[in-house]
Design a protein around this ligand. Structure first.
Ligand code: ADP
Ligand code: MG
Ligand code: ZN
Length: 645
């Protein structure tokens, strides 16, 4: 029977969670039984309205009655003459508190009695007293257990750091490539710990903390694991988000516990991954919301702990974040994370080194050239490259190849840049034609514009989330600066697709929205951040976020309405000019546009020599050179955008 089973569970000295869970089930079962069982006990008797019952009593038809508090069972006098017919038993539900009933029954000579106490009723009575506190404790136990993670509620404040002794992560510095500067700094830290007296003898203070800063996927966590693998000291690792829990104060307790443990094991390394989860600026946006109390307390505790131990106790804290700009300035004060180690996206040589690391366990064919792959993957971080190698290996395996060939890598790059091919998406003839002209428009303008690299491929096979067709333009080298004419050229290239539609069909489709968005963003950046407008001059109108937080100020420099208007006008002017130039180039190369689009429609994909020969025929109109004035330099992120859709 289920009741017994549950009782056994309850008696077992089990964990709180199990206790809470099984107890709730037990309660529910008991309550249900209490209601269900009685209704199965007796046969179902005909139910009569109470008033009819009274009438029957008054008419002298009732022989005897069993009067319960919520049910009356009664037997009618035997009315048949032979006296053999069965007694007729009826029931009724009494109107609450009819105090006259005994009197009426007596008056009409009805034999009556109250039923013996219901054998099932005690359960309900008992439960109504016992259940509420038990339910409360059950839920409480469940919550405590859920947020504690440990075997019982008492471990809430314990830190959840994973401790690994030397080498147990299995990662070495040789597994990390392309981030040599960061490696040198971290090797130094490992040395501090291994040979502490070498430094303290001369009176040098060992740094307390190092902060690894860099975009996602550049290998920060990997580096930390490599330190654990290299250092012959205990290594505590925990993620910033693991401090924060439901209850205020838990995080702070965990920080305290973590440092207590670490000090006992010194010399050792404490690694806090994703520090921004708890180290967000206290004064920043959202700081007024009460929900941040917990994070703030945790952060304060961390700051206190970092101040509280002597530099030479041999505890070194390493933290990683990809959002240094949101960190509380107090964290970066000297004496806390006084070393910042930048882990940046790798350059061409770094990418080749990372590819080598990840290709160690992959069978490569003769024709695979990792250096070429590195050239074709600007802006890829370590994680992207690891993914690329794996993707290529998967493709080769699917084709049952003996080794991974270069074509697999090329297809894998395209997948990562543009998404999966979607041949299942069938376009109708008009759509296909529109897409073909659109892409050739991008390609012709892209081929004539400076800086952005050569157009490698045009395709009208849908890919990824939204691309119906695409053009891939690969930079020939890593670029970290964009010159003014390159930005203009870029904007014109982005608008080239739409312009081709205009030239050929005289109307535009919805397919250019993404291009327009990117072009507008770029134009706005050129004017408000890079100071490329002659009218507005070298004034920055946007503050980047870091300055905003450190300066405790407004995100946008306050500008007058006139200047705002001027900015809008300049952005529009830049876009209009680029649009105009794109239109005139395409009109100038009308036959080339026509022929290339037709060929693309037949072949679906144009690349390699065939494409290059065609695009070499593109000629620039007079006004182009005049428009592309060189001059001002601006800083830009590495050119990540190689895809036009
Ligand atoms: P982050 O913590 O900076 O976001 P990870 O360290 O988690 O990045 O990197 C994810 C994965 O990408 C690693 O496990 C590794 O396989 C690969 N990777 C990233 N950077 C590198 C690198 N510099 N060298 C080798 N592999 C890398
Ligand atoms: Mg990480
Ligand atoms: Zn486009």
């Amino acid at each position: 029977m289920p009741v017994e089973n549950n009782n056994k569970n309850k008696l077992k000295p089990s964990r709180v969670k199990q206790f809470g869970g099984s107890f709730l089930i037990l309660l529910t079962t008991l309550l249900l039984l209490n209601f269900i069982v009685p209704s199965f006990l007796g046969p179902r008797l005909p139910q009569v309205p109470y008033s009819d019952f009274i009438v029957q009593v008054q008419a002298g038809k009732v022989e005897r009655a069993m009067v319960g508090s919520d049910r009356i069972e009664y037997v009618l006098k035997n009315q048949t003459s032979d006296g053999k017919a069965a007694e007729q038993v009826l029931t009724t539900t009494p109107v609450a508190l009819d105090l006259d009933l005994p009197k009426i029954l007596r008056e009409h000579n009805v034999e009556f009695a109250a039923p013996a106490p219901d054998p099932n009723g005690w359960l309900g009575t008992l439960l109504s007293w016992v259940a509420p506190p038990l339910i409360f404790f059950g839920i409480w136990g469940f919550l405590m257990n859920r947020q504690g993670g440990g075997p019982a509620a008492l471990t809430v404040g314990k830190s959840k750091a994973r401790i690994s002794s030397d080498g147990s992560t299995g990662v070495k510095f040789t597994d990390v490539a392309g981030v040599d500067e960061a490696k040198v700094e971290l090797e130094e830290i490992v040395d501090f710990l291994k040979n502490a007296d070498k430094y303290t003898r001369l009176g040098a203070k060992i740094p307390k903390g190092a902060l690894l800063v860099g975009p996602p996927g550049t290998g920060k966590t990997l580096l930390a694991r490599a330190i654990a693998g290299e250092a012959a000291v205990p290594f505590f690792s925990i993620s910033g988000s693991e401090f924060i829990e439901l209850f205020v104060g838990v995080g702070a307790a965990r920080v305290r516990d973590l440092f207590e443990q670490a000090k006992k094991q010194a010399p050792c390394i404490v690694f806090i991954d994703e520090l921004d989860a708890l180290g967000k600026s206290r004064g920043g946006a959202g700081g007024f919301v009460g929900g941040n109390d917990e994070r703030e307390q945790t952060l304060n505790q961390l700051l206190t702990e970092m101040d509280g131990f002597d530099a030479n106790t041999g505890v070194i804290i390493i933290a990683a974040t990809n959002r240094p700009e949101v960190l509380d300035p107090a964290l970066r004060r000297p004496g806390r994370f006084d070393r910042q180690v930048v882990v940046d996206r790798p350059d061409k040589i770094g990418r080749e080194a990372i590819l080598k690391v990840h290709a160690r366990n992959v069978k490569l064919a003769e024709d695979v050239n990792l250096a070429t792959i590195a050239i074709r993957t600007p802006g890829f971080a370590g994680a992207d490259l690891a993914n690329l190698v794996n993707e290529a290996a998967l493709l080769a395996a699917r084709q049952n190849r003996q080794a991974v060939i270069m074509a697999d890598f090329n297809e894998a790059i395209e997948r990562l840049v543009a998404g999966l091919e979607k041949r299942s998406r069938v376009l109708n003839e008009t759509e296909k034609k529109t897409v073909a002209y659109h892409e050739v428009g991008h390609a012709i303008i892209g081929a004539l514009m400076p800086g952005a690299g050569k157009v490698e491929k045009i395709s009208v096979v849908p890919r990824g989330v939204g691309a119906l067709g695409y053009t891939i333009q690969m930079p020939e080298e890593d670029r970290f600066l964009m010159v003014e004419d390159e930005i203009r050229g870029r904007i014109a290239t982005l608008l080239g697709g739409r312009s081709a539609e205009e030239v050929v069909f005289g109307k535009v489709s919805t397919g250019a929205s993404d291009d327009i968005q990117k072009a507008t963003d770029l134009a706005e950046r050129a004017i408000t951040i890079y100071g490329m407008s002659d009218k507005l001059g070298p004034v920055a109108f946007e503050k980047i976020q870091q300055q905003f937080i450190e300066g405790y100020g407004n995100p946008r420099r306050s500008i007058s309405p006139q200047v705002a208007e001027e900015i809008d006008r300049e952005v529009k002017q830049t876009l209009d000019n680029a649009h105009h130039i794109a239109l005139s180039i395409l009109q100038h190369n009308r036959t080339l546009l026509e022929e290339t689009a037709q060929e693309l429609l037949q072949q679906e994909i144009l690349e390699g020599v065939k494409l290059r020969e065609r695009l070499q025929q593109a000629a620039a109109p007079e006004e182009l050179n005049e428009w592309l004035r060189t001059g001002k330099l601006s800083e830009d992120r590495p050119l990540l955008q190689t895809l036009l859709v």
